[in-house]
Design a binder for this molecule. Structure first.
Ligand code: ATP
Ligand code: MG
Length: 500
C-alpha cells in the first residue's frame, strides 16, 4: 500500500464527517448543552468517531471533557436515567439515557488526560489535563484521536487521523517509541486494529514495535489477553496474528506461535506447521455458524483451539530411520502446552480446560480410517468431547489442508460418515430410553396377575401405545390397559391371577 493517502476516499470521508454531524442524535447535543451551560467542554472521541466515519453506528459513546470527574457526575445526574462511577479512579463516569428498546444511549465521559507513566510499572498514573489536544495526543493511534465537540458540532483532528483512516494506516499521534514506552499495550492494540479494521501499521510505528517488543512483558496478562481476544474475535484474526509474529510481539506473548515456524510437517514439504495452523484457523472460522447454529461465530474456543492444535509438534518432532518425520503424542504434549500458555495469559479455568481438551482430541478421528470404529468407540468419542463435540467436528474438518483433492474428499467423506453414525447412535439411544407409562410392577398390580407371559404382553401393548401416542400419563395408561385386558385376557389362558 502506498504512503500517499487515497485522496478520493479522503474526500468521501470529509463528506461523511459533515453527514455524521448533521445527523447527530439530539439527545447527545442536549448533553453537550448541559456541559456548556456549566462552562465545560465536551466531545465524542475515539472509537465511536472512527466507527461512525467507517459507516458503523454505535449507541455506546465515549466522551472527553474539561470537567472534573465530580463535576461530570453531578452533570450526568441531571441528564441520565442511571449513572455509575466504577471508573472514577481513572476519571470516567458512565450514564445511560433511556430512549426506547435498542436505542438507549450509554455514555462514558472521561476527564481530559495528561497521563504520566512510570516506565517500570504496569499501570498508567492518572493525571488530568485542561485541553482536548493534550488528551488526543495521548491516545494510541491517530484514527482513534479524532473528536467531535458537542453542542458545537466541530470536528477536532489535530493529528490528521482522517487522512490515516482514508489510507488505512495505524500511526501514533506522537513519536512511536515514546508512545509505546508510555504504554506498551498499544503495540498489541496495533495488531488488534489491523485485524479489526484491515489497516496496516505505519512503517515507523512498526519499526518501533520491532525494536521495543520485549517491553510488552511489563503489561499485565489480563490486559494482553483482552487485546488478544479482540484480535481473535475480529473479522480477520490471521492478519492480526501475522502482525504479532512479524513484529516479534508474539515471541513474548505467544512464543509457541513463532515456535511452530521451525517444525516442518509430516510430509516435510512446503507447508510448515505455522502456516498450516493459520490455514486451519481460517478454515475453522469458515465453519462457524450463524446465531441459531451449533457454533455461532465468532467463537473464541474454536479459534484458540484451531490456532494452537499443533503447538506440540516442534517439541515432539523426530526424524525416523526410514527418512520420515513423526510427531508422536504431539496432541497430548500440545494440550499441556496450551493449558500452560492460556493460564499464563490469565484465561479462566473453563476456557483453559475446553481449549486444551480440543487440542488433545483433535487427532482422535484419524483412527477412524474408513469407518472401522465400533459403536463403543463412537460413543466414547462423543462422551469425551462432551459439550465440545460440535466444535471438535469443525476443528477436525478444518485440520485438513492437503492439496491433494482426492485425499481431502476422502477425509471429508469419512467425517461425514462418522457424523451419521453419531446421529444414528443418538437416535437409537433415545429409542432405548423410551419406557411405557407403567412398569411391570404396576401392570401386575392393576391386572391382579403374577409374573408370566401376560405381563410381557401387557408391557408390549403399553410400549406400542407409548410409541404411537407418546406419553399419555399413568392414569390414562391404566384405563387403556384395563380395556385391553378385557379383550385379550383369554389369549393368555392359564395366566395365574392373585385370586386363584
Ligand atoms: P473497541 O471499543 O471497539 O474495542 P475502541 O477504539 O473504542 O475500540 P477502547 O479500548 O474502547 O477502544 O478505547 C477507547 C479509546 O481510548 C480508543 O479509541 C483510544 O482513543 C483510547 N485508548 C484506549 N486504550 C488506549 C491506550 N492503551 N493508549 C492510548 N489510548 C487508548
Ligand atoms: Mg470502546
Amino acid at each position: 500500500m502506498s504512503l500517499q493517502p487515497a485522496t478520493q476516499d479522503l474526500e468521501l470521508l470529509q463528506r461523511r464527517v459533515s453527514a455524521v454531524m448533521a445527523h447527530m442524535n439530539p439527545v447527545v447535543v442536549e448533553l453537550g448543552d448541559v456541559f456548556a451551560a456549566a462552562g465545560h467542554q465536551l466531545a465524542i472521541v475515539g472509537g465511536p468517531v472512527r466507527d461512525a466515519l467507517l459507516g458503523r453506528v454505535s449507541n455506546d459513546l465515549d466522551f472527553t471533557t474539561s470537567a472534573s470527574p465530580d463535576e461530570t457526575q453531578a452533570l450526568l445526574d441531571t441528564w441520565g436515567d442511571a449513572v455509575w462511577d466504577i471508573g472514577k479512579e481513572f476519571g470516567t463516569i458512565g450514564a445511560k439515557r433511556f430512549v426506547k428498546d435498542g436505542e438507549d444511549i450509554v455514555v462514558e465521559i472521561t476527564t481530559y488526560r495528561t497521563d504520566e507513566y512510570d516506565p517500570t510499572s504496569r499501570k498508567p498514573l492518572v493525571a488530568f489535563g485542561d485541553n482536548i489536544e493534550g488528551d488526543l495526543s495521548r491516545r494510541d493511534f491517530t484514527v482513534n484521536a479524532m473528536a467531535i465537540r458537542v453542542p458545537e458540532l466541530e470536528f477536532v483532528d489535530p493529528f490528521n487521523g482522517l487522512a490515516d483512516l482514508a489510507a488505512g494506516f495505524l500511526r501514533t499521534p506522537i513519536e512511536a517509541e515514546k508512545s509505546f514506552d508510555d504504554d506498551p499495550l498499544r503495540m498489541m492494540r496495533a495488531a488488534r486494529f489491523t485485524a479489526q479494521l484491515g489497516f496496516d501499521i505505519e512503517e515507523s510505528a512498526f519499526a518501533a514495535i520491532v525494536a521495543m517488543a520485549s517491553r510488552i512483558a511489563i503489561v499485565s496478562g489480563e490486559r494482553v489477553r483482552d487485546e488478544l481476544n479482540k484480535l481473535l474475535l475480529s473479522g480477520d484474526p490471521v492478519r492480526g496474528l501475522t502482525a504479532l509474529v512479524d513484529s516479534g510481539l508474539a515471541d513474548h506473548v505467544l512464543p509457541e506461535l513463532p515456535g511452530m515456524k521451525a517444525a516442518s510437517d509430516e510430509h516435510n514439504r512446503h507447508k510448515d506447521v505455522y502456516s498450516h495452523s493459520m490455514t486451519v484457523l481460517q478454515q475453522a472460522i469458515d465453519l462457524e455458524t450463524g446465531p441459531e447454529g451449533a457454533v455461532p461465530g465468532p467463537d473464541l474456543l474454536l479459534r484458540l483451539a484451531a490456532l494452537l492444535h499443533d503447538i506440540g509438534k516442534p517439541a515432539t518432532r523426530k526424524f525416523e530411520s526410514n527418512g520420515t518425520v513423526s510427531f508422536h503424542h504431539h496432541e497430548l504434549v500440545g494440550a499441556k502446552m496450551t493449558a500452560r500458555r492460556l493460564r499464563e495469559l490469565k484465561y479462566d479455568k473453563d476456557t483453559v480446560k475446553a481449549v486444551s481438551r480440543l487440542v488433545e482430541l483433535h487427532l482422535r478421528f484419524h483412527g477412524y480410517g474408513d469407518g472401522a470404529w465400533t459403536d463403543s468407540a463412537v460413543r466414547r468419542y462423543v462422551t469425551d468431547a462432551g459439550p465440545l463435540l460440535e466444535r471438535l467436528h469443525r476443528l477436525t474438518r478444518a485440520d485438513c489442508t492437503t492439496r491433494n483433492k482426492n485425499k481431502a474428499r476422502r477425509l471429508g467423506a469419512a467425517y461425514d460418515s462418522l457424523e451419521v453414525r453419531i446421529s444414528e447412535l443418538a437416535a437409537q439411544e433415545e429409542l432405548d430410553a423410551i419406557r411405557p407409562d407403567l412398569d411391570g410392577e404396576q401392570i401386575m398390580e392393576i391386572l391382579g396377575i403374577k409374573p408370566g407371559r401376560a405381563v410381557g404382553g401387557a408391557y408390549k401393548f403399553l410400549m406400542e401405545l407409548r410409541l404411537d401416542e407418546g406419553s399419555i400419563g399413568p392414569e390414562a395408561a391404566r384405563e387403556r390397559l384395563v380395556a385391553w385386558w378385557a379383550e385379550h385376557s383369554q389369549d393368555f389362558e392359564g395366566t395365574r391371577t392373585y385370586e386363584n
